[in-house]
Design a protein around this ligand. Structure first.
Ligand code: GLN
Length: 537
């Protein structure tokens, strides 16, 4: 079997240039040429995984099917490539050090001084090449988080420098992504930051093979020549990445710039002309030509940072394209919703999503929002904590249990309609201990869920500690809120619906993690369809 080849992606000048999107776009293009591709993210922070990070700091925590809590870039990889990623696709400094220190305690390095080079760099190299050893991939794209020159990324840069020698130059390519800023005062694009950033890489022993330049304005041939000359790369290896209105256009622009061909040439791999990008192009054209507009309220408490609900935002975009609608999501801070202003805050939306979350801050606002959607027959999708709020609201306002609550929020309720899962009762550590990853779920035939999925057995990803308390199920079902999705092994309730409402559905799992460009998630597709119907009613 041919050796797996590696593309290493670093970033310079500033963070947030979109390395994840460039990596995912390149992955998509290589896949469209028939290569088996996956993408891996190396994160320089010391948390073992982002599960313990506040979404304000780092955006959403993305959960893979195998139950890993990972960086949100893995969400882009899955959405663009329509593949499943796993724990092996995300490595953090915390995880690297944890495993080196565990080995040291076990005595694996007896007699040796344990050092950054070679022990930490060897562990990084081991993690990078692990995915390649499985023989499932022709090309692995490895994205290094942070910016070159940061103290935190040094050991990663050193590890990938060494990998060129370990794997051979025909099996490795270095891409460096930088910014070409536009100075409006002089009306000029500036290449100096790129030159400096490449110098920093050179100081670390890496000569980039390809430069991707993020820019707000077209880069003319002279600028490209200048960058090529100063940075030691061929003119064809200077790639422009201009700002676009949707991230889903980036693969098409990268193809115009020949990024995929340039990479394949450097890897000595054939570049046939058969590129299967038709479904992708169709998606982008549907997205851009959507004629209807639907406005959806997303009620949550991490609304200040757009990235906190990344996968939900993207899933609504996918579902909008399928329905020929542009979905505008309005983030509403649940803490600001009160009984007095709920009408003013929430009227006029075509649909409502109540977001996942943890802790009691903003919980009453979410419950008021659910009540508003239920009573005003607004299409409603509750995700994880969103479902739990729908369950609490129903208990309080329909079943008449005024003190009903989740035991995550209070211990003094006689009606704990949401309660800690049995297997969570002895758990004291916070990191990686929730119910995580994919679990099966059986659907009831007469339900919105079944109509959306069109099958009885599904599998969806989870991230929670609390669950619907089955002691109350009979009473819910008698009064109009029924469980339409159940885990066949544990009998945990996975989906609840209100059949008397046009479209009211809550999921204990996170459907948003499974929505991709080529396979938009059926629940989001049907939810957006319901919002369209509501709008045009
Ligand atoms: N906090 C709730 C729980 O742990 C919901 C979690 C979530 O929304 N992801 O069960």
């Amino acid at each position: 079997m041919a050796k797996t080849k590696y593309v290493f992606v670093t970033g310079g000048v500033t963070s947030s240039l979109g390395k994840g999107i460039i990596s995912a776009s390149l992955g998509r293009l290589l896949q469209a040429r028939g290569y088996r591709v996956t993408i891996q993210k190396l994160d320089p922070y010391i948390n073992v995984d982002p599960g313990t990070l506040n979404p304000y700091e780092h955006g959403e925590c993305y959960v893979t099917d195998d139950g890993a809590e990972t960086d949100l870039d893995l969400g882009h990889y899955e959405r663009f490539l329509d593949i499943q990623t796993s724990q092996a696709n995300n490595v953090t400094t915390g995880r690297i050090y944890q495993s080196v220190i565990n080995k040291e305690r076990r005595g694996d390095y007896l007699g040796k001084t344990v050092q950054v080079i070679p022990h930490i760099t060897d562990e990084i190299k081991h993690r990078i090449t692990l995915l390649g050893k499985r023989g499932n991939y022709d090309i692995i794209i490895t994205e290094i988080g942070g910016t070159v020159g940061d103290i935190e990324s040094l050991s990663y840069v050193e590890a990938v420098r060494q990998l060129r020698w370990d794997l051979g130059s025909e099996n490795t390519v270095y891409i460096h992504l930088t910014l070409v800023p536009f100075l409006s005062a002089s009306g000029e694009l500036k290449t100096k930051p790129t030159q400096h950033s490449v110098k920093v890489l050179l100081e670390n022993g890496i000569q980039p093979d390809v430069l991707v330049l993020r820019t707000e304005h077209e880069l003319d041939k002279d600028i490209r020549k200048k960058v090529a000359l100063f940075c030691n790369v061929g003119l064809e290896a200077v790639i422009q990445s201009i700002d676009v209105s949707t991230i889903y256009e980036v693969p098409l622009l990268m193809q115009e710039e020949n990024l995929d061909r340039t990479i394949l040439n450097k890897l000595n791999l054939p570049t046939s002309d058969s590129v299967t990008l038709k479904p992708w192009k169709e998606f982008v054209s549907k997205l851009k030509s959507a004629s209807e507009v639907v406005e959806v309220a997303l009620v949550g408490k991490y609304v200040e940072l757009y990235d906190s609900y990344k996968s939900i935002m993207e899933a609504t975009t996918h579902a909008g394209a399928v329905n020929g609608a542009k979905v505008i999501v309005h983030c509403i801070h649940s803490e600001t919703i009160t009984r007095e202003n709920v009408e003013e805050e929430l009227s006029g939306f075509d649909g409502m999503i109540v977001a996942p979350g943890f802790g009691d801050r903003g919980i009453e606002g979410k419950i008021l929002a659910v009540q508003y959607a239920r009573e005003n027959r607004i299409p409603f999708l509750g995700i994880c904590l969103g479902l739990q709020c729908a369950v609490i609201e129903f208990a309080r306002n329909v079943l008449g249990y005024k003190d009903a609550h989740s035991t995550e929020m209070t211990n003094i309720t006689k009606h704990p309609v949401i309660d800690l899962m049995e297997e969570q009762k002895g758990v004291t550590e916070k990191g990686g201990t929730m119910r995580l990853g994919g679990y099966p779920c059986d659907l009831k035939k007469e339900s919105h869920a079944y109509r959306a999925y069109k099958k009885e057995n599904i599998r969806e990803r989870h991230r929670h500690r609390y669950e619907f308390n089955n002691d109350f199920l009979e009473e819910y079902e008698k009064n109009g809120m029924i469980a339409t999705g159940i885990n066949p092994e544990s009998c945990l309730v996975e989906i609840m619906e209100q059949p008397g409402h046009p479209w009211f559905l809550g999921t204990q799992f996170h459907p948003e993690y499974n929505s991709t460009v080529l396979n938009p998630h059926p629940l989001f597709v049907h939810f957006i369809k319901a919002t369209l119907e509501n709008k045009n009613d």
